[in-house]
Design a protein around this ligand. Structure first.
Ligand SMILES: [Zn+2]
Length: 270
């Protein structure tokens, strides 16, 4: 993880997910809400009533991320918030239909307007921000201080590995015109059964929960929204999953094995 945001205190999902646990076999009983096996359902840890917030979150998700749907944290976010407050839109780029006016500049909106027509009004809204690290990104807390607690902010996040998220950003020029924010000083991710890129990387759920708490000026939002994530990790660890160090930690300590190295070890054992 790299040029953008190495020290940003952000983020996310752009991890090396090669060592993920697989989705459950299709024939096992599966909860139709969280898509986990019924025995591992985290739904009881969702808020009793989905949280009503002023902010609306748009997750632009790389389609490959959907394949690991039962381990996604975006679905925890969607189920934890009131209907319509978390929209998950899939695509590798959000592109190329027509031009729109944003403030005083005509820009190439590069939207999938047919699939996601709502994005047109979202990107034209001055209260729409992009959570993505970079040199021009504001600190989230500084941005949040400028917001009223009842302000209707649209918060766009990119979901995928770091390379996938960066690809979406690069191929969707309208994102470059939005106010950009990044998180800092957030501590370690609680998504301990996945390898994060570095010790400041967070899952989609955690990133959104922190951003919502700051913008809505309500610290309890973060605590409430991450409960299902903790429950899922606790369950997996009790059933044999191991806690992962970040990829950067493993590299710094000479412990990181690339996918090729892991394949070599596996073939040597067989
Ligand atoms: Zn469930």
């Amino acid at each position: 993880m790299s040029e953008v945001g190495e020290d940003s205190g952000f983020l996310d999902v752009w991890a090396d997910f090669g060592d993920d646990l697989p989705d459950p076999p299709a024939k096992r009983p599966v909860c139709d809400k969280c898509l986990r096996p019924s025995t591992a359902c985290w739904c009881p840890y969702l808020p009793r009533e989905p949280l009503s917030v002023h902010t609306t979150i748009y997750i632009l998700q790389h389609p490959f991320e959907e394949r690991k749907r039962s381990l996604q944290t975006g679905i925890m976010l969607k189920n934890g918030l009131a209907p319509g407050k978390c929209r998950i839109l899939q695509g590798k780029r959000f592109s190329l239909k027509r031009y729109v006016r944003l403030n005083t500049t005509i820009i190439d909106a590069n939207l999938c307007l047919k699939r996601y027509p709502e994005l047109e009004s979202v990107i034209a809204n001055p209260n729409t921000i992009l959570v993505f690290p970079g040199p021009k990104a504001l600190d989230l807390n500084d941005y949040a201080e400028t917001c009223r607690s009842d302000q209707n902010v649209n918060l766009i996040m990119l979901d995928g590995t770091w390379a996938q998220a960066k690809g979406i950003y690069n191929k969707s020029p309208f994102l470059h015109h939005l106010t950009q924010v990044q998180l800092s000083g957030t501590g370690l991710s609680e998504y301990v059964i996945r390898t994060q890129p570095n010790d400041s990387s967070l899952s989609t759920l955690e990133t959104a929960a922190i951003a919502l708490s700051a913008i809505e000026k309500s610290p309890t939002i973060r605590e409430t929204l991450v409960r299902p994530l903790r429950a899922m990790c606790d369950f997996q660890i009790k059933h044999g999953a191991v806690r992962h160090q970040s990829k950067q930690y493993l590299i710094d300590n000479g412990l990181y094995k690339s996918r090729n190295d892991r394949n070599k070890i596996t073939s040597a054992k067989s």
